[in-house]
Design a protein around this ligand. Structure first.
Ligand code: INI
Length: 157
């Protein structure tokens, strides 16, 4: 029989950093509330965590990488909201945020979770920040807990 490894949703033994963009703050505040509530419900001690605020999604990767490199956190949760405008700016910010957060994770072996909305409209963002399409901050926090636990299991195998 093969060994199956799967992370539990138990946050009590893990420390988390959250990196949140201020751009579109009315959305990212709700993502942050959802993420913190999810961590707490799964047993995380929020006093052990850190919330890092950055100007926008473009700045999220460098702060996430610094958190991941510190050795202090078992996972880093990135929260932002990029909403399409009339110029190609959206595409550049999305591209930097996606590739930068992935690089931060792969270069450090620390799970860096992608809770950055990339939507065409403000309404789509609102729907994903705690209304009819859920809360992507909660989803990212849940994935962070699972991945933090999985990494611990993999280290012990
Ligand atoms: N940052 C976002 O997080 N979301 C956006 O929708 C956005 N738009 O549309 O411009 C945005 N821009 C700011 C960017 O993230 C940087 O903070 C800025 O370019 C300074 O480096």
């Amino acid at each position: 029989m093969p060994t199956h490894l799967e992370g539990d949703l138990a946050a009590d033994d893990h420390r988390f950093a959250l990196v949140v963009g201020r751009f579109n703050e009315h959305i990212t505040d709700d993502l942050l509330d959802g993420a913190l509530d999810t961590l707490k419900r799964h047993g995380a001690d929020l006093d052990e965590g850190t919330v890092v605020h950055v100007p926008g999604s473009w700045e999220i990767p460098v702060a996430a990488q610094k958190c991941a490199q510190s050795g202090t956190y078992d996972a880093v949760i990135c929260l932002g909201a990029v909403i399409r405008g009339e110029t190609p700016h959206f595409d550049y910010v999305c591209s930097g945020a996606t590739s930068g957060t992935m690089r931060a994770s792969l270069d450090t072996d620390v799970p860096v979770l992608f809770g950055i909305l990339t939507t065409d409209t403000v309404d789509q963002a609102i729907a994903r920040a705690g209304s009819k399409a859920g809360n992507k901050g909660r989803e990212a926090a849940e994935a962070a807990i699972e991945m933090a636990d999985l990494m611990t299991q993999m280290d012990a195998t």
